[in-house]
Design a protein around this ligand. Structure first.
Ligand SMILES: Nc1ncnc2c1ncn2[C@@H]1O[C@H](COP(=O)(O)OP(=O)(O)O)[C@@H](O)[C@H]1O
Ligand SMILES: [Mg+2]
Length: 293
């Protein structure tokens, strides 16, 4: 039995406890900010063109109040949990022992909407951006239901959908730099009726290869659509190197978890996150890690 199957079984055995208010909002002591100052010029530029990305200010006070990791709360429980989650993912990005294709492209997905994909993607991006030697690109790939503008307070602007449709637009033209030096953001962009189809397109495949090649040492996190709502998310899964599969504890039916996991069966690296477990004493996140089956 694979680790993931065991994790699915464990879901069944979780104790039922009353709902926990403010789950995840564990800001604790204020420690030294973990973000190194400096400009990440490679991510901001497309190489030869030298065009500047726009810069936005994320409201870190608001983000922290909503339970997210921010650079000034590196000691919070949520920060600790994401430290555990990011380690195996980062080890694979540079793992010389078992090279994984596009290991720096990480998909955050789940079976259904509302399970905490965006919560996980943003926190994972924050956590990795706090590493001394890592830069992160956070991509809003849940194009039918983008949540990064709301969560991070982003302006409406061109993004992924626009790059996929407008050949004259370069990735570097739409990247948003942020007040977290190592965090760059790509919004979903202009809403499009064929948004999810575009995610599975050949042009998206080429863009992903370009991203993986151009920024091999950058971690690129895709806040992705749920696997059971569209087939495009499954195509995306086959193209990204690592998958973080989020399960909302005590809410997602076990059958949905199994069905969704079956759709990503062939993806080599999957890491399962059990979100919003009710055991306040311990962790809001549990995880299992598996290499294939
Ligand atoms: N561990 C958590 N602690 C606190 N709030 C959470 C947690 N996980 C999810 N949420 C909140 O639950 C809601 C749904 O999560 P979200 O990440 O938007 O789901 P999805 O992206 O899968 O649709 C959001 O308001 C999010 O902030
Ligand atoms: Mg979301």
């Amino acid at each position: 039995m694979s680790l993931i199957e065991k994790a699915v079984e464990r879901l069944e055995g979780l104790p039922k406890q009353p709902d926990r208010a403010g789950a995840g909002a564990h800001s604790s002591s204020l420690l030294v900010p973990g973000v190194e100052a400096g400009i990440d010029s490679n991510m901001a530029h497309s190489g030869s063109s030298g065009s500047e990305s726009r810069r936005i200010d994320i409201d870190l006070v608001r983000l922290r109040a909503a339970g997210f990791i921010t650079p000034d709360t590196p000691g919070s429980l949520t920060a600790e949990e994401f430290r555990v989650l990011k380690r195996p993912l980062l080890a694979n990005v540079m793992g010389p022992a078992a090279p994984i294709r596009n290991a720096n492209l990480i998909m955050v997905t789940s079976a259904l909407p509302g399970e905490g994909k965006s919560f996980t993607a943003v926190n994972l991006a924050m956590s990795i951006a706090m590493e001394l030697d890592r830069t992160v690109l956070l991509v809003d790939a849940d194009v039918a239901r983008p949540s990064l503008p709301r969560v991070l307070g982003l302006p409406e602007q061109k993004g992924l959908m626009d790059v996929l449709q407008d050949k004259s637009l370069k990735l570097s033209d739409v990247l948003l730099r942020s007040n977290i030096d190592k965090l760059t953001i790509l919004t979903a962009g202009t809403q499009d009726a064929h948004a999810t189809e575009l995610l599975a397109s050949e042009v998206m495949g080429r863009l992903l290869n370009e991203m993986a090649r151009r920024y091999p040492d950058r971690v690129i996190i895709f806040d992705s659509p749920p696997l059971l709502m569209t087939t495009e998310a499954r195509v995306l899964a086959t193209r990204l190197g690592q998958i973080v599969f989020v399960v909302r504890a005590e809410q997602t039916p076990q059958s949905a978890v199994k069905e969704a996991l079956a759709t990503i069966e062939t993806c080599p690296v999957k890491l399962m996150v059990l979100n919003q477990t009710r055991n306040v004493e311990h962790v809001a996140y549990g995880y299992e890690y598996g290499y294939g089956y």
